[in-house]
Design a protein around this ligand. Structure first.
Ligand code: SF4
Ligand code: FES
Length: 206
């Protein structure tokens, strides 16, 4: 595998071809916040919290560092104004969706959100500005539990159902009752810590 050199936050960083920006940054001791990343699972790119700014000449854009591959000569900024603004906006939406979730609160405070600023109802897309109330939930849809069960355990006892704001994770009782009692390995992956009580609903219906 060939080596590439990129510039992250004005520092030269060596990485192997095929690595993502996130992996290269972490290998150089540069922290980038993540919510849906796990080193054992295929990159997913769901939460976008790992966004960084990449610069080419006079053009720059935001990319999800956990899925974007390193390139020789790439210039990356992990905490530029544009990045912090983008992360703050994402965290406001996540906070509104899952207000009690610890990592969201911790990151939210780091990026300057106060509870009062959190958006409680907002437009659906730019064209259709219909308003809706966000139903608070424990789940931030990071997909760690779903992907772990599918990719590592090969069981698919938990999965996503629904679309848009109605999207949620559910245990599929016919599989979960057979496989989950002896496993429960996804519980510790859940950044909200609320997955065990969600699973409790399946057990309660036993
Ligand atoms: Fe992520 Fe937890 Fe939701 Fe699963 S239940 S998608 S691990 S937040
Ligand atoms: Fe990269 Fe979630 S950690 S999109």
């Amino acid at each position: 595998m060939s080596e590439v050199t990129l510039i992250i936050n004005d520092e030269e960083v060596k990485a192997e071809e095929g690595m993502t920006i996130l992996e290269a940054a972490r290998s150089a001791g540069i922290d980038i916040p993540t919510l849906c990343y796990h080193e054992k699972l295929a990159p997913y790119g769901a939460c976008r919290l790992c966004m960084v700014e990449i610069v080419r000449g006079r053009q720059s854009r935001l990319v999800a560092s956990c899925v974007y591959p390193v390139e020789d000569g790439l210039i990356v900024k992990t905490e530029s104004d544009r990045v912090t603004k983008g992360r703050k906006m994402l965290l406001e939406l996540m906070w509104a969706r899952a207000p009690g979730v610890q990592p969201i609160r911790e990151y939210g405070i780091k990026y300057g959100i106060t509870g009062a600023q959190v958006i409680r109802d907002y437009g659906v897309g730019r064209k259709n500005m219909a308003k809706f109330e966000i139903e608070p939930t424990f789940c931030i849809l990071c997909g760690l539990c779903v992907r772990y069960c599918a990719e590592i355990k090969k069981e698919n006892a938990i999965g996503f159902v629904g679309r848009g704001i109605g999207r949620e994770v559910v245990f599929f009782p016919e599989i979960a009752r057979r496989t989950c009692p002896g496993c429960q390995e996804c519980f510790s992956l859940c950044p909200t810590g609320a997955l065990p009580s969600h699973y409790g609903l399946v057990e309660a219906c036993h």
